[in-house]
Design a protein around this ligand. Structure first.
Ligand SMILES: [Zn+2]
Length: 236
């Protein structure tokens, strides 16, 4: 479940991300009544087996069986904010032609990792890069995004407007682009590796790499995700 909103007196509309159909809006009828059999099962970020029937406009949830709930651990403010960021990105970037199962597994894996983490925000850069990759929006990390030349050793610059990284020749000096040191670029390359790559999901992002990924996400989304602003207000 990505998010929910109230409908009428007792119902909620849930936005779900499903492995089969991608993003689906469905009504949970009577869920806000005290004795609803759905109550407590349809919390944000919970993974469920849903039985639904197709209604005239919205699907209607008949039953929900919890597959995995990290809810008890996800109510902690920082974990909640990071999980909300993950859900917001999947929600915002969701396209009908997504590789649904890959995104579903990425989402479920990220939520489980966040629930188990003592430093959940460090998981966001890798999640974001993997998601961008599945959307075909990943920044090239070995070539300049403007001229296509191999990126040199030493400093390079983030050009979020161009969706990637530029070399000294393509850097427009008046733009004051953020500089990435060699180790930040190496870090981004490791973070972008598919599952099983060096460092895996536990690899930490350097602060410049973290900022670079956030800039790229904001560029592709056309705005800074709300949940990231929320996360920023929680402090470091
Ligand atoms: Zn270039």
């Amino acid at each position: 479940m990505l998010r929910g909103r109230q409908l009428g007196e007792a119902d909620r509309i849930l936005t779900l991300f499903t492995a089969q159909r991608g993003k689906v809006d469905a009504v949970a009828k009577g869920v806000r009544r005290p004795r609803s059999h759905l109550g407590g099962r349809v919390e944000p970020f919970t993974e469920c087996d849903f039985l639904m029937h197709r209604g005239r406009s919205l699907d209607v949830i008949v039953s929900a069986e919890i597959v995995h709930s990290g809810w008890a651990r996800l109510v902690e403010p920082e974990r909640y904010a990071v999980a909300a960021a993950v859900a917001e990105l999947v929600d915002a970037f969701c396209e009908p032609d997504l590789a649904l199962l890959d995104v579903y597994e990425l989402l479920a894996g990220a939520i489980a990792a966040i629930a188990a983490s003592t430093a959940p925000r460090t998981l966001l850069p890798r999640f974001s890069l993997r998601l961008l990759d599945m959307l075909g929006l990943a920044p090239p990390l070995t070539t300049c995004v403007r001229c296509g030349a191999a990126l040199p050793a030493g400093s390079v610059w983030l050009d979020a407007q161009a969706g990637g990284i530029v070399d000294a020749a393509c850097r427009e000096r008046w733009q004051n682009l953020p500089e990435l040191a060699e180790r930040d670029l190496a870090n981004l390359r490791s973070l972008a590796l598919p599952k099983g790559g060096a460092g895996g999901a536990t690899l930490l992002a350097t602060p410049p790499a973290t900022a670079a990924v956030e800039e790229l996400v904001a560029h592709h989304l056309g705005k800074r995700p709300k949940a990231l602003t929320q996360l920023g207000s929680l402090g470091a």
